[in-house]
Write a protein that binds this ligand. Structure first.
Ligand SMILES: [Zn+2]
Length: 117
């Protein structure tokens, strides 16, 4: 794994991290604003609740992606980027290019996913 490649991935990860943080912050702000403006006497609590749940689910996904991105950045700082977290094999550059936050090789990832079903 060349230093140039790792640096390229680091930049992608930093961009992604900034995007996700902005998005999470924006969603939180928007929800607060919606709550504040929807405080008339015809407040539909049920729809407020489902909107909140929907936002919460989307946020959880973004938060998970943010964690993955931060893990990958940590791997870079430890000089272990591109090494599978489980089996220690090299993750192909093509996989990292498609998904810079990948910390598992395809074999381990597939095994990991199968376990959840
Ligand atoms: Zn592996």
């Amino acid at each position: 794994m060349s230093a140039e490649f790792v640096e390229e991935m680091r930049e992608k990860l930093m961009d992604e991290r900034a995007d996700l943080m902005l998005k999470l912050h924006r969603d939180a702000t928007r929800f607060k604003t919606e709550c504040a403006t929807g405080s008339g006497d015809s407040v539909d609590l049920a729809s407020d609740e489902s909107a909140f749940k929907k936002m919460e689910a989307a946020n959880r996904l973004d938060a998970q992606r943010l964690t993955a991105v931060e893990n990958a950045l940590k791997r870079i700082s430890e000089n272990r980027y591109g090494i599978c977290l489980k089996c220690g094999k090299k993750i192909p550059e093509s996989r990292l290019r498609a998904m810079p936050s990948a910390v598992l090789c395809i074999d381990c990832k597939t095994r990991d996913e199968r376990r959840h079903f």
